[in-house]
Design a protein around this ligand. Structure first.
Ligand code: C2E
Ligand code: CA
Ligand code: CA
Ligand code: CA
Length: 279
C-alpha cells in the first residue's frame, strides 16, 4: 500500500503535471495555428564554393498571437507526436512548391533550389508520392528544384519502404538530402542503396571544426564518403571563415550558415538574391 501511495504521489507530481499541461496547451494552440495563418516559411540561403547562390532551405516559423515566436525545436516534436505534422508538413510542402512556381517567372530566381524538411510521419503517408506529384503538376516548376531533407532516423525506420518511396520521387526528378548526417546510425550498406543526391554535414561537427581534431576527422570522412558515392556535400551551421576554408580545402561544395545569412522572411531573402545577383 505504501508503494502504491508513493507511485500515486509521483503521478500527481505538480512539476510533471505542469509539463503535461504546457504540452496540451501547445498542442491545442498548434491545432488552430494552421487555420489562422500563424505559420510562415523562412528561407536560408545555400551557396557554392565560388560564393554563388544555389537556393535555400525552407524553415518553418510559428508566430503565436500572444506568445510570439515559438521555435520549431519546441513545437515540431509536439506536432509529430500529435500527428499534426501531417497537415503542417503538407502546408510547408505546398507553400514551398508555390514559391518555386513564383521563382520560375523571373530569370534571377528561376534556377534556385528549395530544400524542405519532411518528417518521418509525413514521409510514411501512403499517398505521399501522389501528394508531391500533384503539387509538381499544379505548380508547374522543374521538379529538380525541389529537394527533400530526410534524417537518418526517418530513413532507417523502415529502409525498404523508404527506398521505394525515394525511388518513386527521384523518378519524378525530386532531389534528396540526408539531413544532420553523421549523428545517426546509417551504415555504408544502407547509404549505397539510398537514391540520395546530397549529404548534409550536421552543424554539430562544423561548430568546433577549427579546435576539435575529432570533428575535423569526421568532417573529412563525411566529405570523402559523399564524393565517393557521387553525392553533393553541403555543410550546415557554417559561421566563420575558418570553417568555410577548412570545408573548401577538403572539397565540400556547398555551404549554409550564419556566415552567409540567417534564415530570412521571403521579401528579405528575395532582396538578398537580387542584390547578390545584380551586383
Ligand atoms: P535543421 O533541419 O537541422 O535546420 C537547421 C537549423 O539550424 C535551423 O534551425 C537553422 O535556423 C539553424 N541554423 C542555420 N544556420 C546556422 C548557423 O550558422 N548556426 C547555428 N547555430 N544554427 C544555424 P531552426 O530553423 O530553429 O529549425 C530547427 C529544426 O526544426 C530543423 O533543424 C528541423 O529539424 C526542424 N524544422 C524546421 N522547419 C521544419 C519543417 O518545415 N518541417 C519539419 N518536419 N521540421 C522542420
Ligand atoms: Ca534541415
Ligand atoms: Ca540539419
Ligand atoms: Ca539539425
Amino acid at each position: 500500500a505504501k508503494t502504491a501511495g508513493k507511485n500515486a504521489v509521483r503521478f500527481f507530481d505538480p512539476a510533471m503535471q505542469a509539463i503535461l499541461l504546457v504540452r496540451m496547451l501547445l498542442e491545442s494552440n498548434l491545432r488552430v495555428a494552421l487555420s489562422q495563418d500563424q505559420f510562415q516559411l523562412y528561407y536560408q540561403v545555400q551557396v557554392n564554393a565560388a560564393g554563388g547562390l544555389l537556393g535555400a532551405e525552407a524553415l518553418l516559423r510559428w508566430f503565436h498571437p500572444d506568445r510570439g515566436f515559438i521555435s520549431p525545436g519546441e513545437f515540431i516534436p509536439v506536432a509529430e507526436e500529435a500527428g499534426l505534422i501531417i497537415p503542417i508538413g503538407r502546408w510547408v510542402l505546398e507553400t514551398a512548391c508555390a514559391q518555386l512556381q513564383q521563382w520560375q517567372h523571373d530569370p534571377l530566381t528561376a534556377d534556385l533550389t528549395l530544400a524542405v524538411n519532411v518528417s518521418a510521419r509525413q514521409f510514411r503517408q501512403s499517398d505521399f508520392v501522389e501528394q508531391v506529384r500533384s503539387m509538381i503538376q499544379q505548380y508547374a516548376f522543374p521538379p529538380d528544384r525541389l529537394k527533400i531533407e530526410l534524417t537518418e532516423s526517418t530513413v532507417l525506420d523502415d529502409v525498404d519502404t523508404t527506398i521505394r518511396t525515394m525511388r518513386d520521387l527521384r523518378a519524378l526528378g525530386v532531389g534528396f538530402s540526408m539531413d544532420d548526417f553523421g549523428t545517426g546510425y546509417s551504415s555504408l550498406a544502407y547509404l549505397q542503396k539510398l537514391p540520395l543526391t546530397q549529404l548534409k554535414i550536421d552543424q554539430s561537427f562544423v561548430r568546433d571544426l577549427s579546435e576539435d581534431e575529432n570533428d575535423a576527422t569526421i568532417v573529412r570522412a563525411i566529405i570523402s564518403l559523399g564524393v565517393n558515392l557521387g553525392l553533393d556535400v553541403i555543410a550546415e551551421g557554417v559561421e566563420t571563415d575558418a570553417q568555410r576554408e577548412f570545408l573548401m580545402s577538403h572539397h565540400c561544395n556547398a555551404f549554409q550558415g550564419y556566415l552567409f545569412s540567417r534564415p530570412l522572411p521571403l521579401p528579405e531573402f528575395e532582396k538578398l538574391v537580387r542584390e547578390r545577383r545584380t551586383a
